[in-house]
Design a protein. Structure first.
Length: 289
C-alpha cells in the first residue's frame, strides 16, 4: 500500500511508467523554442559583426580573434538554446507513476536528445535556406549568361578579379565569360599542382588584350593577383575549417546540454518547483486584486 500525503499537490497528467515512452508534444515544443532562440541569437550576432559569412569580398580579411569569437559564440548559442528546449521538454512531459528514479531520469534525458535532434534539423533547414539566399545575393550580375558562366568560388576572389582587369578605358566586350574563366584559373593556385605556366601566360595575354597594358606590366599584375588570390583562398579555407570545427563542437555540446536540461526539468516537474517568474507574476496578480 502506497502512502499518499494529503498536503502534496495533485499529480496532474500522470501516466503509468510502462506506457508512452515518447511524448512528442513536449519534444516539438522544446525543439521549436530552441530553434527560434538560436535564430534570434544568430541575428544579433550578425548585427554585432560575429556573422559566419558576409556578402562583402573583404570578409576573409577578418582577424583570427574575430573568427575565434564567432566560434565561441556558436558554443554559447548551443548552450542557451538547447538548454532551454531540453528544460521545457522535461518540464512539460507527463509525470510517470510506478517507475524507478533512474528510469524516469533516463526518459527525461531521451526527450532532451529528441529536442536536440529535431532542433538541429530545423536549424539545418534554416541555414540551408539562408545559404541559398546568400548565394543568389553574391552571384555575379548579368542575367542568365552570368549565371551560366560564373564560377562557384568567384566571391572569394572577386576583388582580385577586379584588380586583374582594372582599366581606365571602358570594356570593349562583355567581361562575364572572361572573369569566370580567369576565376577558374586563379582557383587552381591552391591545388596540389598549383597554377600551370601555360595558364599564367594565358592570363597575361588576356589582361594585355582587355586592359591595353604592356606585357611586362601585365605580367607584374598577374603575378601580384596570383599571390593575393592564393593568400585569400588559404585564409578562407582556414576560416571555414575553424568555424566548421566549432560548429560541430557546438552541436555535440547541445546534445549534452539538452540531456541534462531535460533531466533538470523533470526533477523540477516531480518536485513541483515553481519558477521565480511564476512567483513574481502570481504575487503581482494577488496584489492587484
Amino acid at each position: 500500500m502506497t502512502y499518499v500525503d494529503p498536503a502534496a499537490p495533485p499529480n496532474v497528467g500522470e501516466i503509468p511508467a510502462a506506457f508512452r515512452y515518447i511524448q512528442w508534444g513536449p519534444v516539438i515544443a522544446g525543439a521549436l523554442l530552441a530553434a527560434a532562440l538560436a535564430s534570434v541569437l544568430h541575428t544579433f550576432a550578425a548585427a554585432i559583426g560575429l556573422s559566419m559569412s558576409s556578402t562583402s569580398p573583404t570578409w576573409r580579411d577578418t582577424s583570427f580573434v574575430l573568427v575565434l569569437l564567432s566560434g565561441l559564440y556558436l558554443l554559447l548559442v548551443a548552450f542557451v538554446s538547447y538548454g532551454l528546449g531540453g528544460y521545457v521538454a522535461g518540464r512539460l512531459r507527463s509525470r510517470l507513476t510506478g517507475g524507478a528514479a533512474d528510469e524516469i531520469e533516463f526518459r527525461d534525458g531521451v526527450h532532451g536528445l529528441l529536442v536536440w535532434a529535431l532542433a538541429t534539423l530545423l536549424a539545418g533547414l534554416l541555414a540551408l535556406g539562408a545559404a541559398q539566399a546568400l548565394t543568389r545575393l553574391t552571384a555575379p550580375t548579368g542575367g542568365q549568361a552570368a549565371g551560366a558562366t560564373s564560377v562557384g568560388g568567384e566571391n572569394i576572389i572577386a576583388y582580385d578579379l577586379d584588380r586583374l582587369f582594372r582599366s581606365d578605358r571602358p570594356p570593349a566586350a562583355d567581361m562575364t565569360y572572361t572573369r569566370a574563366e580567369a576565376g577558374r584559373i586563379l582557383l587552381t593556385v591552391s591545388s596540389h599542382r598549383g597554377l600551370q605556366d601555360d595558364d599564367r601566360g594565358y592570363l597575361v595575354r588576356v589582361v594585355t588584350a582587355r586592359t591595353g597594358l604592356a606585357q611586362p606590366e601585365a605580367e607584374r599584375r598577374v603575378n601580384e593577383v596570383i599571390g593575393r588570390a592564393k593568400e585569400n583562398i588559404e585564409r578562407a579555407r582556414k576560416t571555414a575549417v575553424i568555424l566548421a570545427f566549432m560548429g560541430g563542437a557546438a552541436v555535440l555540446l547541445g546534445a549534452a546540454v539538452a540531456w541534462f536540461a531535460a533531466c533538470a526539468g523533470g526533477r523540477d516537474r516531480d518536485d513541483s518547483v515553481r519558477s521565480i517568474l511564476y512567483g513574481w507574476w502570481h504575487t503581482s496578480v494577488v496584489i492587484r486584486r
